[in-house]
Design a protein around this ligand. Structure first.
Ligand SMILES: NC(=O)C1=CN([C@@H]2O[C@H](COP(=O)(O)OP(=O)(O)OC[C@H]3O[C@@H](n4cnc5c(N)ncnc54)[C@H](O)[C@@H]3O)[C@@H](O)[C@H]2O)C=CC1
Ligand SMILES: CC(=O)C(=O)O
Length: 371
């Protein structure tokens, strides 16, 4: 199969969909890989390293996009929609529930959209989302701590406090991969950490992992209102796979926070869990203020640490890309149910129910279309 890797276009998105090691793996299996020139530079991989691994370096984005399968990191931007064509296999993060225009473009052009974030194993875990959630979760507390500094617009609190001065309060809503990693760093900084989740089993596991270093809390509107009000830093880390994020933190709850508090809504890529997370921000201009509270809503947080993130991402995506390239997407998805769950659009239909629901579009089952 011919596989193209364009350079990422999102603001400060320095990740790339393949490393030279990934190229070699695909090349050794008999596939041809085309890398847009300088696509790997932001992650520290040169054109020469890709060429040595067997890739063909192509001069323009369109030379990478006109291949049978395109591998990317982030969802295509509107200026990339013109590259779509019927039958193109697009393997990348898509976040379609939060992207009505992209969904429409992929349906209109009959793109085979396989979303990293909805590939799902039998146990419910999301193997192609997990490493980036680990990165974003760890970054969330680090970033929150930074923006709590006075010069950055925060209230001037050191999360760990010092002897004689109380510690900062961190609330993490959603105790999955992002939430656990955010909590690890916040606990490491010495903060007073509360994790809120809807799943009692998960709360038990978190209690086992962290012991008395954190507080756990069942997710309901009263508990959320109470803990948000007291928080210096709030991290949004809820996910319902494929669906738009539920708005669990209301505008009134944000108003109840003290001035200079910080919200890092990591779930912004699925629309965000905070009512006042009404826009996506960029690494260039990452925060805005509403009701005296700083909001950080960057949808590609791992793009800021591209070397770590590219290697972590491609460690997990390449084995799936290899299956698609070796067998074609149809057979690969018939053989691998986890990969089948990644198909969000096919033959001009939305095939992921939560995405169809988010846009009130007709949903067609992958099984009907994958004959
Ligand atoms: N902004 C960015 O750059 C990045 C964003 N993300 C996003 O972060 C979000 C979280 O991802 P993961 O941690 O990997 O998901 P996960 O599936 O590991 O965890 C989600 C957690 O939310 C909990 N949850 C569900 N409904 C809830 C409710 N009503 N109240 C409280 N908890 C609830 C679940 O029980 C689960 O523990 C996703 O939207 C993901 O796409 C991930 C990586 C980077
Ligand atoms: C998961 C995601 O959206 C990211 O890594 O950018």
């Amino acid at each position: 199969m011919k596989i193209g890797v364009p350079r990422e276009m999102k603001n400060n998105e320095n990740r790339v969909a393949l490393t030279p090691a990934g190229v070699l793996t695909l090349k050794n299996a008999g596939h041809e890989v085309y890398i847009e020139t300088e696509a790997g530079m932001g992650s520290g991989f040169t054109d020469d390293q890709y060429a040595d691994a067997g890739a063909t370096i192509v001069p323009t984005a369109s030379d990478a996009w006109n291949k049978e399968m395109v591998m990317k990191v982030k969802e295509p931007l509107p200026e990339e929609y013109d590259y779509f064509y019927e039958g193109l296999i697009l393997f990348t993060y898509l976040h379609l529930a939060a992207e009505p225009e992209l969904t429409k473009a992929m349906i209109d052009k009959k793109v085979v959209g396989i979303a990293y974030e909805t590939v799902q194993l039998k146990n419910g875990s999301l193997p192609l989302l997990t490493p980036m959630s680990e990165v974003a979760g760890r970054m969330a507390s680090q970033i929150g701590a930074q923006f709590l500094e006075k010069s950055k617009g925060g209230k001037g609190i050191l999360l760990g406090g010092v002897p004689g001065v109380r510690r900062g309060k961190v609330t993490v809503i959603g105790g999955g991969v992002v939430g656990t990693n955010a909590a690890k760093i916040a606990v490491g900084l010495g903060a007073d950490v509360t994790i809120v989740d809807l799943n009692p089993e998960r709360l038990r596991e978190l209690d086992d992992i962290f012991g008395s270093k954190i507080n756990t809390m069942m997710s309901n509107p009263l508990n959320i209102a109470e803990t948000v009000k007291e928080s210096d830093l709030l991290v949004g880390a809820v996910l319902i796979p494929g669906a738009k994020a539920p708005r669990l933190v209301t505008e009134e709850m944000v108003q109840s926070m003290t001035d200079g508090s910080v919200i890092v809504d990591v779930a912004i890529d699925q629309g965000g869990i905070v009512a006042t997370s009404d826009r996506i921000t960029t690494h260039d201009n990452p925060t805005y203020e509403k009701h005296g509270v700083l909001h950080y809503a960057v949808a590609n947080m791992p793009g800021a640490v591209p070397r770590t993130s590219t290697i972590a991402l491609t460690n997990v995506t390449v084995p799936y890309a290899l299956q698609i390239a070796n067998k074609g997407y149809g057979q690969a998805c018939r053989d691998n149910q986890a990969l089948r769950k990644g198909i969000n659009t096919l033959n001009g239909f939305v095939t992921y129910e939560a995405v169809a629901d988010a846009h009130q579009l007709e949903h067609s089952s992958v099984d009907n279309l994958l004959k």
